[in-house]
Design a protein around this ligand. Structure first.
Ligand SMILES: Cc1cc2nc3c(=O)[nH]c(=O)nc-3n(C[C@H](O)[C@H](O)[C@H](O)COP(=O)(O)O)c2cc1C
Length: 323
């Protein structure tokens, strides 16, 4: 059977087989996962997160040696410095993705190295800025997504097409709440040039997560996810409070929801969190998870997952509107 290729401005720009990008999930999108997604025909983005140099030194060679296809690295702009970006650029990533914060300081080094610039945006002001800065690809992130996002963010369905119109002809990827091929098809129907997917890839063979986390994602329900700053405050994270994170349920969320300032000032409560984790009474880390977590029911190799997402997207597009 002839396979219809889903060819877009994004696949053309990077010479990819499929319009799928791995979200650069800080810590959990390691070299093996990024290489597997690239080898599967998508764009693997290493989760450089807040620029932990030891982590990068370990994971960068794994992706660089693990694939001949294009791959990239993502960072949280609020947390990194130019020096870190310059070190990473020495490994010749095809793309660098910047999210959450002011990207301007990093653009010169990225351009000079000849890497493509991807900027993830959460509102229209950020989208306009990304266009003005000449981003090669813009990721429009909706609040359904797992992990961190803007407190005053937007939902994927209405946000993506507005960014598509604003950014044209720059290709836009849809992100947030996409965990199966129907979501990929929906992204394309909204005018996006592809989908950037995070949570779904945490439940793969190559993801750098504790088995308890992939199990929780496979078992989790969208209703149990929640955007909050409580767990970042409890664990003493540096994430600014303007970026809540979506996670599965957690006893601390029930205990402290709506009392974030009180928790921030309560050293005993924060110690109780650390002690609970150390004793194993509390999960070792927040389980960052998308509202689309209901759609995740297996733990495949990531390259197979890319193929399955595309086959399902093709089927969904062919069937749409037919009885
Ligand atoms: C575990 C996890 C970690 C994440 N870490 C980052 C990060 O370090 N940098 C970043 O730009 N986005 C990060 N994200 C957000 C993704 O880029 C993306 O917007 C989101 O995963 C899309 O929603 P989905 O989870 O429904 O696919 C993370 C997401 C998850 C689930």
């Amino acid at each position: 059977m002839a396979v219809m290729m889903l060819s877009t401005a994004f696949t053309e720009f990077f010479s990819l087989q499929h319009p799928i990008a791995l979200a650069p999930m800080g810590g959990s999108a390691g070299g093996a996962l990024a290489a597997a997604v690239s080898n599967g025909g998508g764009l693997g983005l290493l989760g450089g997160g807040n620029g932990d140099l030891d982590w990068l030194a370990r994971e960068l060679p794994i992706v660089a040696n693990g694939t001949d296809k294009p791959w990239g690295v993502g960072f949280q702009s609020w947390a990194i410095d130019v020096d870190t970006v310059e070190r990473v650029l020495k490994q010749n990533p095809r793309a660098v993705m910047l999210s959450f914060g002011d990207p301007r300081a990093f653009i010169g080094p990225i351009r000079r190295a000849g890497a493509a610039l991807i900027i993830q945006v959460t509102d229209l002001d950020e989208a306009r800025q990304a266009v003005d800065l000449g981003a090669d690809v813009i990721v429009a992130q909706g609040t359904e997504g797992g992990g961190h996002g803007a407190r005053r963010g937007r939902s994927t369905l209405p946000f993506v097409p507005v960014v598509v119109d604003l950014a044209a002809p720059t290709p836009v990827l849809a992100a947030g709440g996409i965990a199966d091929g129907r979501g990929v098809a929906a992204a394309l129907a909204l005018g996006a040039a592809g989908a950037l997917i995070g949570t779904r890839f945490q439940a793969t063979v190559e993801a750098l997560v504790d088995p308890s986390i992939s199990k929780a994602i496979v078992e989790g329900r969208g209703e149990d996810t929640e955007r909050s700053t409580v767990l970042d405050i409890a664990r003493g994270s540096r994430w600014p409070s303007r970026y809540p994170g979506r996670t599965l349920g957690h006893p601390f969320l029930d205990q402290w929801r709506g009392r974030e300032d009180e928790l921030a000032a309560d050293a005993d409560a924060k110690r109780a969190y650390r002690d609970g984790v150390a004793r194993g009474d509390l999960p070792p880390a927040p389980v960052w998870a998308s509202e689309a977590v209901d759609l995740i029911n297996d733990l495949p190799p990531a390259a197979d997952l890319v193929g399955a997402l595309i086959a399902q997207a093709q089927d969904a597009l062919a069937r749409a509107g037919t009885r």
